[in-house]
Design a protein around this ligand. Structure first.
Ligand SMILES: [Zn+2]
Length: 283
């Protein structure tokens, strides 16, 4: 696809995402994260020299790194937080989010949309270069629960391929971490992903930054939800200006309240492809 067309598609997608919000099927905020199983290459992001090659940050907000190989690994202690950003990367906004995270020396997980990755491959590489984990979030952000199974799998596979394509020049690959658009899953798709070693990173604290609200409202709402839960995987979107605006203060809030930001990385550098046998007849 030629670049101008790709950019136009990205703009259309961006508008649709911003208008619709990401999570039309919100779940209970205190619900424990539901994870499938996963282990796969993201060798660059699991290399000790890279993990250590980042500032310790101010205020001690940076917490431990969890190498996720299965559900049992993803146990957060009280006051531990995982930061996730969906739907990007986006020019102008994702870099600002990276800067805010760098100021505290913390790392997040970005669940990227394939069309966005194709439009802004340099941003995909920049997120990886700065030590964050990159997972995927389909190619064009459809509601997979309303699609035929094979079409849904193809959407997931294309999304992964687009992110991997952007990472090729850096010699990296996306982590086998996935999030369903609108959090709209099906049991069959979950089984399919689990069988292929893919971790479905489900949020337990929804910032609801897709609602029209001020940055301070997003900040207060998210903090309150996190305080009620005690710990959690927080859902943000890096395509909203209000999210970019609130993040520095939100991170200061976390530090002041004694939270630690935990970084998720795949446990093993070896493993299978995300959907290598995507359309196999075994399901
Ligand atoms: Zn989304």
């Amino acid at each position: 696809m030629r670049r101008p067309l790709r950019l136009a598609l990205a703009a259309v997608l961006l508008g649709a995402l911003a208008a619709a919000g990401c999570t039309s099927k919100p779940r209970g905020e205190a619900e424990l994260p539901r994870l499938a199983f996963g282990a796969e290459p993201n060798a660059d992001l699991t290399r000790p020299d890279i993990l250590l090659d980042f500032p310790s940050g101010r205020g001690g907000l940076a917490g431990r790194t969890i190498r996720v190989g299965g559900l049992d690994d993803l146990v957060l202690a009280r006051k531990e937080v995982v930061l996730t950003f969906d739907d990007g990367p986006v020019r102008g906004k994702t870099p600002a989010i990276l800067d805010a995270l760098d100021r505290h020396g913390v790392r997040a997980t970005f669940l990227m949309v394939g069309q966005m990755a194709r439009s802004y491959p340099d941003l995909v590489r920049e997120v990886a270069r700065r030590g964050h984990t990159i997972g995927t979030h389909t190619q064009s952000h459809p509601d997979l629960s309303g699609m035929a199974f094979d079409a849904a799998v193809a959407e997931i596979e294309r999304g992964r391929a687009s992110v991997d394509a952007a990472l090729v020049p850096s010699g990296r690959k996306a982590a086998p971490f996935f999030r369903f658009p609108y959090l709209a899953d099906t049991a069959r798709l979950r089984r399919h992903l689990a069988m292929r070693g893919v971790v479905v990173v489900h949020p337990s604290v929804d910032s609801k930054d897709y609602f029209v609200s001020t940055p301070d409202q997003v900040r207060a709402r998210t903090l309150a939800a996190l305080e009620r839960a005690g710990s959690g995987i927080v859902l943000f979107h890096d395509l909203h200006a209000r999210t970019v605006a609130m993040l520095p203060d939100f991170l200061d809030d976390l530090a002041a309240r004694g939270y630690r930001v935990v970084h998720l990385v795949p446990r093993s550098p070896a493993g299978g492809a995300l959907v290598s046998a995507a359309l196999s007849a075994d399901e």
